[in-house]
Design a protein around this ligand. Structure first.
Ligand SMILES: CC(C)(COP(=O)(O)OP(=O)(O)OC[C@H]1O[C@@H](n2cnc3c(N)ncnc32)[C@H](O)[C@@H]1OP(=O)(O)O)[C@@H](O)C(=O)NCCC(=O)NCCS
Length: 175
């Protein structure tokens, strides 16, 4: 198996956008990790990046010495309505060639630490498909608990998908 270079996990910069979307678009076009089916345009990518302000919805990246983005994790709004500001949805994506090396968990730990330290967000929500065992296990290992399952809420590649909703209450979390 190819050996991954050690990566540094830090806030993402505009230079990481290409690498972030190289990973994401793999799932957009060929996977069911995201319900999105059409890749963002260059303009949409930049707008998406700009919405990730570190004081509300941080975006972190695992970057290797040569600049290769091995993975990323970020928060996005749960709802635009003001009273939901304390809640956010998380995304976490690791390059397929770097799966199973602890990067997903390290990215999530960094994201959750920054969320608690730098933002007003206290409820973090994840929505993996029911078949995404890796994501469900990863979130459970971080203390996320299942709230429920939405049956047949998503259809991709002609297949109906159930989506599990998990949440983590950062105020109730033991360090
Ligand atoms: C989910 C994902 C981010 C996990 O990243 P990763 O770096 O491979 O995961 P890690 O090596 O950090 O593993 C952390 C934990 O996740 C779980 N896990 C990871 N891969 C798993 C697999 N294939 N099967 C079962 N559990 C798995 C395990 O609990 C693991 O802990 P352990 O090694 O102590 O058992 C990665 O599989 C991925 O990018 N998938 C595609 C995108 C995606 O599904 N994102 C989530 C959308 S909701």
């Amino acid at each position: 198996m190819e050996r991954a270079e050690p990566s540094v996990i830090r806030l993402a910069t505009p230079a990481d956008i290409g690498g972030i979307f190289a990973i994401y678009d793999e799932e957009v076009l060929h996977g069911t990790a995201t319900a999105q089916t059409v890749p963002f345009t260059a303009e949409e990518r930049e707008a998406w990046f700009a919405r990730h302000t570190p004081d509300l919805h941080p975006l972190v990246a695992a970057v290797e010495a040569d600049g290769f983005v091995a993975g990323w994790a970020g928060l996005s709004p749960w709802s635009p309505r003001q009273a939901y500001r304390r809640s956010a949805e998380n995304s976490v994506y690791v390059a397929r060639s770097r799966h199973g090396r602890g990067l997903g968990r390290a990215l999530m730990r960094e994201l959750l630490a920054r969320t608690l330290r730098d933002t007003p967000v206290r409820l973090v929500i994840a929505r993996p498909t029911e078949r995404n065992v890796a994501s469900i296990r990863l979130h459970e290992s971080l203390g996320f608990q299942t709230v429920g399952v939405l049956r047949h809420v998503m259809e991709k590649f002609g297949e109906l998908q159930d989506v599990r909703i998990l949440s983590l209450d950062l105020d109730a979390r033991t360090p």
